[in-house]
Ligand binder design. Structure first.
Ligand SMILES: [Zn+2]
Length: 451
């Protein structure tokens, strides 16, 4: 996904800090993003929207919620994925949210959500993220809590908007030939608050607060869906398999290891269970067990780029970067340089501290941020490699990119100015340095006005 200058403008504030699970942050993961894009694609088309313009963004938050904000972005909480049984249920939610976009319901909400964002990267589980976090976690936590409250306040849609989004969503499902069964089941469960285990009352209520549910709404949906020719259409088996994997992966990534081992005990030998447990063992610093699960997965599917990515991640974060290179290079090749995977590959190359790897690292990382700027960690790595090669102006520019995403505006201005002074006048990098300085000054100005 071309993750977007447009989006960067929407998100004035981002951060590299490793977040606690409850904080409101974007969670980036190559496999999950690819799945959500594929689940949404037929609905986006049915809605008459431009496929390249609609983003499905994963929010790292255990509450069951989805919302739209600014531009054409649908935000889905990890808690919603966790609560859904099927890909079809989530498609029902996406169809409804697209109905809010085409209905133009989002203008007044854009401010509430735009400020709520920072970025965590799923493939950065241990160590590095925390090491970069530095000070400010507590302050960040408070900002998040404030934002979460603000979202609750701003994002409730009116009854009229809800029924118009329902009608639009039903139309898109129908046009795409996707059954409304999942949508009905999911909204029904939410309305009856059947999610007991593992969700707080607050978590359950989130979706109903932003999209007030009523018996009347559900009854009307049932009537429309059951009459539709698509009602009996079978679920897409391929999407469902991928959904179960992603759901397990997110579970393993987010929950405490002991919780993952309860839900996916070692007696379960299927792909999702092994996937979830690999994350649990890795989080628990049990590298051998994490690698055993990962190797079992690779035995089932030797060329699965996401299994290779995971193997590389475990090795890299366990201090074995040399061994991480091979699986990460293959994962990068197999996904034709997927930027998030490529940036972990670049990270492994640098982490070897072997200078013969640095040219390749620079190439890989430059290509990654060229396709997907919204990856503060890749910028950080790129700065490291430039500095190691003595290219200080470019190192300062990469730092400026990372700092502005990290909301360190004063530092970003200093880095951008230092970069500008050392870069050839009028070159693209020189122009970019000026842009970052401008962007950071404007952000500082807004912060001052707020105070
Ligand atoms: Zn709604």
């Amino acid at each position: 996904m071309q993750f977007l200058a447009r989006f960067l403008a929407l998100i004035a504030v981002v951060s590299l800090i490793a977040q606690p699970a409850a904080a409101q942050s974007i969670l980036r993961d190559a496999e999950t993003e690819a799945l959500l894009d594929d689940m949404a694609a037929p609905l986006v088309e049915a809605a008459g929207l431009q496929p390249g313009n609609v983003e499905i963004v994963l929010i790292n938050d255990p509450s069951i919620n989805a919302f739209v904000a600014g531009g054409q972005a649908v935000y889905i909480h990890t808690g919603l994925i966790d609560a859904a049984e099927t890909a079809n249920e989530v498609q029902g939610v996406i169809a409804h949210e697209l109905g809010h976009i085409t209905g133009g319901h989002i203008i007044r909400h854009s401010e509430g959500a735009g400020a709520a964002t920072n970025i965590s990267i799923l493939s950065l589980l241990l160590g590095v993220g925390a090491a970069l976090a530095g000070a400010g976690d507590a302050a960040m936590g408070m900002i998040m809590a404030g934002q979460r409250a603000a979202l609750g306040k701003y994002l409730a849609f009116s009854r009229v908007q809800e029924s118009s989004a329902d009608a639009a969503g039903a139309e898109y499902l129908s046009k795409a030939g996707i059954s409304g069964r999942g949508s009905l089941a999911f909204f029904g469960k939410l309305q009856n608050q059947e999610f007991r285990y593992g969700y707080s009352q607050d978590d359950e209520a989130a979706f109903s607060r932003t999209h007030p549910l009523s018996g009347e709404r559900i009854a009307r949906l049932r009537e429309v869906y059951t009459r539709d020719p698509a009602w009996d259409a079978p679920d897409d088996a391929g999407l469902q398999r991928r959904f179960e994997r992603v759901k397990a992966k997110l579970f393993g990534y987010q929950k405490p290891p002991e919780r993952t081992l309860q839900t996916y005990p070692e007696t379960m030998s299927g792909v999702p269970a092994r996937y979830a447990r690999a994350y649990a063992w890795h989080k628990d610093a049990q590298m051998d067990k994490a690698l055993a699960e990962t190797d079992a997965l690779l035995e089932i599917a030797p060329d699965d780029p996401y299994f290779l990515e995971l193997k590389g991640q475990v090795l890299l974060e366990s201090g074995r970067p040399e061994e991480a290179i091979e699986p990460l290079r293959r994962a990068t090749d197999l996904t034709r340089n997927q930027p998030l995977i490529a940036s972990m590959f670049g990270h492994a190359l640098i982490a070897t501290e072997d200078r013969t790897h640095f040219d390749e690292a620079e190439r890989v990382l430059r290509a990654a941020v060229g396709r997907d700027r919204l990856n503060p960690f890749a910028w950080y790595q790129l700065g490291v490699v430039y500095a190691a090669k003595g290219d200080m102006p470019r190192a300062r520019l990469a730092s400026a990119e990372q700092q502005v995403m990290n909301r360190q505006y004063a530092q970003a201005i200093r880095s951008a100015q230092a970069a500008e002074a050392g870069l050839p006048d009028g070159s693209p990098d020189w122009i970019r340095a000026q842009d970052i300085a401008l962007q950071a000054r404007a952000a500082l100005e807004r912060e001052r006005e707020r105070r």
